[in-house]
Design a protein around this ligand. Sequence first.
Ligand code: IDP
Ligand code: MG
Length: 142
Amino acid sequence: MAVERTLIIVKPDAMEKGALGKILDRFIQEGFQIKALKMFRFTPEKAGDFYYVHRERPFYQELVEFMSSGPVVAAVLEGEDAIKRVREIIGPTDSEEARKVAPKSIRALFGTDKGKNAIHASDSPESAQYEISFIFSGLEIV
Ligand code: IDP
Ligand code: MG
């Protein structure tokens, strides 16, 4: 195990529900350090670039529209084994499945379904590096 950094994005559905504070607090309670934090709204073009790996998937257009539908908050979290642990804390992609198999996960608590699932988190060291540098410049990470 090693200290890692990973990227989370609180998605527009969770922002609209007023869940930002509870979600950030969950990661603080779990022992992660917030190394960077930013609120912004994706343009459809930038959301498309961020999710470029999914460009051939049938849900790509829906995903781009959803992610650009309102403000989001992105954060860099640091901690032991952060990439895998944060993925465990957010739960499976589909919030309905999450409520069955991981009822305390963030997607179970704050998401709706497969698309509107409250939060994004990097899924590998490579994607964490790409996604952190996509959203934050060096000076914004403390
Ligand atoms: P992940 O966020 O758990 O890594 P991915 O398969 O990488 O899941 O998909 C990226 C995002 O695309 C999901 O978080 C979700 O918002 C959206 N998405 C995935 N599958 C579907 C689908 O079948 N319908 C609509 N949106 C989807
Ligand atoms: Mg993914």
